[in-house]
Design a protein around this ligand. Structure first.
Ligand SMILES: Nc1nc2c(ncn2[C@@H]2O[C@H](COP(=O)(O)OP(=O)(O)OP(=O)(O)O)[C@@H](O)[C@H]2O)c(=O)[nH]1
Length: 290
């Protein structure tokens, strides 16, 4: 889905999430495990206020396992529970239900102490486009989509998906915008497919990606393109890949657009293995935005 994020559109998205907040006990904040900082909405704390939340690091199968562990520890330090999941394969689904109960334990215990038999926990998913919201909903839903009538306070009828006996999930996720003002964040969103790369210059994206691989995964880069060492000049890497893979124009000149397409395609096809494009220690994360 391509969304043009105009100010009016952002305000509408925010309003929709705020309205639905009243209906749920917990928010599942879905982010891309490869870019847990860049794939968060910049105003998420302000929007969801003090509503309990579970951060879901989705697409964990495509991310560096060790780095994902560091992110989970990072969130834990901030008092936020985070889980690594793979919605496509359905990994981590039971853990979501379990963690939700643990996060809401005090509230549920209080209700029990008052003699109220707790109902199923109600949750909604929020995340930026392409985070995997529909995939996760379908995974959790199996065939358990339950229609409930009009819910007071909201104009549209909400449908709840039953996930086992103890969790109900709102069938429509909250779609929020990413932090796209920042150039580097934009690069990471493009390389992971969260925004269309037609919005960026493909050669710039490739320069960014090669520099990133050089720094974070030099051995994988050398191995993939048979490089004995990594030249300082990124153009020399383009030239080398162009010659190696036959990305040439007439007269034997390197076709840089073809090299760019090839590198980006190979990153997306996981030819370099699972990659994490950001680590918690590299991020300058404002305290109040986590
Ligand atoms: N490898 C992998 N791919 C995933 C995972 N979850 C989702 N995807 C893929 O990511 C892409 C986006 O998933 P969607 O479920 O459409 O994302 P969405 O957040 O609903 O997207 P919008 O409708 O744009 O808001 C699809 O190609 C999914 O197959 C995952 O855990 N692992």
């Amino acid at each position: 889905m391509t969304i043009q994020w105009f100010p009016g559109h952002m305000a509408k998205a925010r309003r929709e999430v705020t309205e639905k907040l009243k209906l749920v006990d917990i928010i599942f904040e879905l982010v891309d495990a490869r870019i847990p900082y860049s794939s968060r909405n910049p105003m998420i704390d302000e929007i969801i206020q003090h509503k309990p939340r579970l951060v879901l690091l989705n697409k964990a199968d495509m991310a560096d396992r060790e780095v994902t562990k560091q992110w989970i520890a990072f969130f834990k330090e901030k008092g936020i529970r985070a889980l690594a999941i793979n919605s496509q394969a359905g990994e981590g689904m039971k853990e979501i239900v379990q963690a939700s109960h643990e996060i809401l334990k005090e509230k549920l215990d209080r209700l029990r102490a008052k003699g109220v038999r707790p109902r199923a926990i109600r949750a909604m998913i929020v995340g930026i486009p392409n985070a995997g919201k529909s995939t996760l909903i379908n995974r959790l839903a199996k065939k358990n989509i339950a229609k409930t009538g009009n819910t007071p306070g909201v104009t549209k009828a909400q449908q709840w998906i039953k996930v086992g006996k103890e969790l109900e999930l709102l069938d429509t996720p909250g779609i929020l915008w990413p932090k796209f003002e920042d150039q580097e964040v934009g690069m990471k969103l493009a390389i992971t497919g969260a925004i269309k790369d037609t919005l960026l210059n493909l050669q710039d994206l490739t320069v960014y990606s090669l520099r990133f691989l050089e720094k974070a995964y030099p051995e994988r880069l050398k191995e993939r393109y048979q490089l004995d060492n990594l030249p300082d000049d990124v153009v020399a890497i383009f030239d080398h890949i162009g010659k190696l893979r036959g990305c040439l124009m007439g007269g034997g000149l390197i076709d840089y657009d073809k090299v760019a397409e090839l590198v980006i395609r190979e990153i997306r096809l996981e030819k370099f293995g699972p990659l994490s494009f950001e680590r918690p220690q590299d991020m300058q994360i404002e305290e109040n935005n986590v």
